[in-house]
Design a protein around this ligand. Structure first.
Ligand code: GLV
Ligand code: GLV
Length: 321
C-alpha cells in the first residue's frame, strides 16, 4: 500500500476514499505540525495532503524523495513551492471550483457587514449602547446601484460580481490579466486599469492570487486613491494588503470601512490594532467553511491524491508533471 500523510483531519468524504487506497497517517491535532514535524511525518510517504498552513518547500521535498503527489486542501497554493515540486517530478493539485460560491457569499457578507456597520452596531447593542432608535445612529453606506470594483476577475471574482450585479444592480469594473468576455457580456462589466477602478468604485473586492507581483498590492497609495466612502473587502490572501497602511486609512477615514476574511499573519493576534477599529470587520478565514463545500473540497483533494499515487495526471493540477 502507498503511504500518505494527511496534515489535518479533513472531511470523511475524502479521507475515507484515501484510507481505502493507502496506508494513511492523519495529524491528529487542531494546530498544524511544525516544519520539523511535517518533515518527519512525510519521510517515506508517496502522497501528502497539505493545508494552506503547511509550507511545502525544497527542504521538505528533499526529506521525502519518494513523494509523488502533493494534494493541497485549498484552491490557493501559495504555501507550496510549485517550481521545487516540478523540478523533483512531484505532481501538485488544488481544489478549484467547489468553493467559488461559498467564498463569494463571504465576500458579500463582509461587504454588507462593513457597509452597514454590523460588527460595531451588534457589539453596541450587546454592550448596552442601544439607547433608542436614532435617526443619525450607525449610518452606513448603500449598495444598490453603486459601483463595484473586482480586483482579479477569476471564478470567485466573477461569482461575487454576479451576486452584486444581479441582486443589487451594481455596476461592475474589474482588473484581470486577460479580458473576460463572460463578465463583459453577462454582467455588463468593464475591464479597467487599477487606478481607474480605485478612483471610481464604491466597493473594492480583492480576488487576486498571492504571488510576488501582488504582494502588498493594497498599500497607502491604493487606499489613498479610493473614495472616502469606499468599502474594501479581502477574501484572497492577507499579504496582498499592507496592514499598517490599511489600519491608518481606516483610522483617518481615508476609506469608510473594511471586511477581511484573510490577514497577515493568520491567526491575527487578538491584540492587533485592526480589531480595535470599529470600521473593520474580521472573520477567521472561513470563506469555504460550509459543510457541503468542505466535503466537495475533500473529494477533489482525494481525486488528485489518488490519481497522483497511480502515477496519473491530476484532475485538478497546479503544475505540469
Ligand atoms: C482558502 O483560502 C483556499 O485557498 O482554499
Ligand atoms: C424603521 O424601523 C421604520 O419603520 O422606518
Amino acid at each position: 500500500m502507498p503511504r500518505v500523510f494527511v496534515a489535518r483531519r479533513i472531511p470523511a468524504a475524502g479521507l475515507d476514499r484515501i484510507a481505502a487506497a493507502a496506508d494513511v497517517d492523519v495529524w491528529p491535532d487542531r494546530l498544524p505540525p511544525s516544519p520539523d514535524q511535517l518533515r518527519e511525518r512525510v519521510r517515506g510517504c508517496d502522497g501528502l495532503v497539505s493545508l494552506l498552513t503547511d509550507r511545502v518547500d525544497a527542504a521538505l521535498l528533499d526529506a521525502a524523495p519518494t513523494l509523488k503527489v502533493v494534494s493541497n486542501f485549498a484552491v490557493g497554493f501559495n504555501n507550496v513551492d510549485v517550481p521545487a515540486c516540478t523540478a523533483r517530478g512531484v505532481r501538485v493539485g488544488n481544489t478549484p471550483g467547489v468553493l467559488t460560491d461559498a467564498t463569494a457569499d463571504i465576500a458579500v457578507t463582509l461587504m454588507l457587514a462593513a457597509a452597514r456597520r454590523l460588527g460595531e452596531s451588534a457589539t453596541d447593542a450587546k454592550e448596552g449602547r442601544w439607547l433608542t432608535w436614532e435617526p443619525l445612529g450607525w449610518l452606513g453606506q448603500d449598495l444598490a446601484g453603486k459601483t463595484l470594483g473586482i480586483v482579479g476577475m477569476g471564478r470567485i471574482g466573477f461569482a461575487t460580481a454576479k451576486r452584486l450585479h444581479h441582486g443589487w444592480g451594481m455596476k461592475v469594473l474589474y482588473t484581470a490579466r486577460s479580458a473576460k468576455p463572460d463578465a463583459d457580456r453577462e454582467l455588463a462589466a468593464r475591464r479597467v486599469e487599477l487606478d481607474e477602478l480605485l478612483r471610481d468604485s464604491d466597493y473594492v473586492s480583492l480576488h487576486a492570487d498571492l504571488n510576488p507581483t501582488t504582494k502588498g498590492l493594497f498599500g497607502a497609495d491604493a487606499f489613498g486613491k479610493m473614495k472616502r466612502t469606499a468599502v474594501f473587502v479581502n477574501t484572497s490572501r492577507g499579504p496582498l494588503v499592507d496592514q499598517p497602511a490599511l489600519a491608518a486609512a481606516l483610522r483617518a477615514g481615508t476609506i469608510f470601512a473594511a471586511g477581511l476574511d484573510v490577514t497577515d499573519p493568520e491567526p491575527l493576534p487578538p491584540d492587533h490594532e485592526l480589531y480595535a477599529l470599529p470600521n473593520c470587520v474580521i472573520a477567521p478565514h472561513v470563506a469555504s467553511a460550509t459543510v457541503g463545500t468542505r466535503d466537495a473540497m475533500a473529494n477533489r483533494c482525494a481525486d488528485n491524491l489518488l490519481a497522483g499515487l497511480c502515477g496519473d495526471p491530476l484532475p485538478y493540477p497546479v503544475n505540469n508533471v
